[in-house]
Write a protein that binds this ligand. Structure first.
Ligand SMILES: Nc1ncnc2c1ncn2[C@@H]1O[C@H](COP(=O)(O)OP(=O)(O)O)[C@@H](O)[C@H]1O
Ligand SMILES: [Mg+2]
Length: 299
């Protein structure tokens, strides 16, 4: 593919690989690669789009979407960086990164001026790099409070990466604290996953209020990029009602693609694999690839 901007997405042949063999015995660990070993990107990178995956509710599919959308964009020949901004580090472990092996994580970038390139693990999956988190990040929420320009730390850190990736995707913690505010400030736009369940829209007003506050003071171009319905179950009327309710509330900003509830999506992280590897032909994989195409077409 000569130029990532001019391709007809629907004509892209997605190479579906067999999942990696499941390893039950400990294998000798490959040393972690560093940014200087990163493979050169084989296409011209246009404007980098920075998307924060935000919803202060836990368990709505943020991390699943961060991992599987990022990997699907990588499969479609985009250069993607996934930034794990949740102290739980589920996006890191879900990609098979052992947090105990890490010397630095995003905490050191936010609080100790470590350049982000120094923590990036390149080429974990095709097109996909990771800026990992460890439990150290839990301290950041408190420690940032007394810092100068505390809301701008992430923005400053990833500024140097514009032009190096097609997409930077930030997986946010389930709160509206300072880490999430850093994501609001660093992001171009927000991707909001909403789970198809009772009280789906609960908390959304608060989320939108926070967005508006950051928009008026710190990041004037901030807006919603897309709303994603997750864990959709077409057998229940509840799911259908939630879809109507969310589409009624948000309108066309809701993605056409809905992510089905499937056990494969919940199993994949324990194998350290995105769904496109773990179950490449399954409906979870197909849904995230469809979402990735919608994201690319939205520009
Ligand atoms: N589409 C889905 N189908 C089935 N299980 C899902 C799906 N999406 C997420 N899960 C599971 O639901 C739980 C919460 O998802 P997660 O992505 O970690 O949410 P969050 O990051 O918002 O807390 C996890 O156990 C995850 O594996
Ligand atoms: Mg999460």
């Amino acid at each position: 593919m000569p130029n990532g901007q001019d391709i007809d997405i629907d004509s892209v042949e997605v190479i579906v690989r067999d999942p990696r063999p499941v390893v039950s015995e400990p294998v000798e660990k490959e040393a972690l690669r560093s940014y200087k070993d990163k493979k050169p990107v084989d296409h011209v990178i246009g404007q980098t789009k920075i998307l924060a995956i935000i919803n202060q509710k836990g368990g709505v599919g943020k991390t699943t979407t961060a991992i599987d959308l990022a990997a699907a964009l990588g499969e479609l020949n985009k250069a993607v960086l996934l930034v794990d901004l949740d102290p739980q580090g589920n996006a890191s472990s879900g990609l098979g990164i052992e947090k105990n092996d890490l010397e630095h994580c995003i905490y050191d970038v936010l609080l100790d001026d470590v350049p982000i390139e120094d923590i990036i693990i390149p080429d974990i999956y095709p097109g996909l790099d990771l800026a990992p988190a460890t439990i150290n990040l839990a301290g950041a929420e408190v420690e940032l409070v007394s810092e100068m320009a505390r809301e701008n730390r992430l923005k400053e850190a990833i500024g140097s990466l514009r032009g190096k990736y097609d997409f930077i995707i930030i997986d946010c913690p389930p709160s509206l604290g300072l880490l999430t505010v850093n994501a609001f400030v660093a992001a171009d736009k927000l991707l909001i996953p909403i789970q198809c369940e009772f009280y789906a829209l609960e908390g959304v007003t608060k989320l939108l209020d926070s967005m508006k506050r950051v928009k008026s003071r710190l990041n004037p171009s901030l807006d919603i990029y897309g709303v994603l319905l997750t864990m959709y179950d077409n057998r229940t009327t509840l799911s259908k009602q939630v879809v109507d309710e969310v589409r009624g509330y948000f309108g066309s900003v809701v993605f056409d693609t809905m992510i089905p509830r499937t056990v494969k999506l919940s199993e994949a992280p324990s194998f350290g694999q995105p769904i496109t590897y773990y179950d490449p032909k399954g409906k979870g994989s197909i849904a995230y690839l469809e979402l990735a195409k919608e994201v690319i077409n939205r520009g």
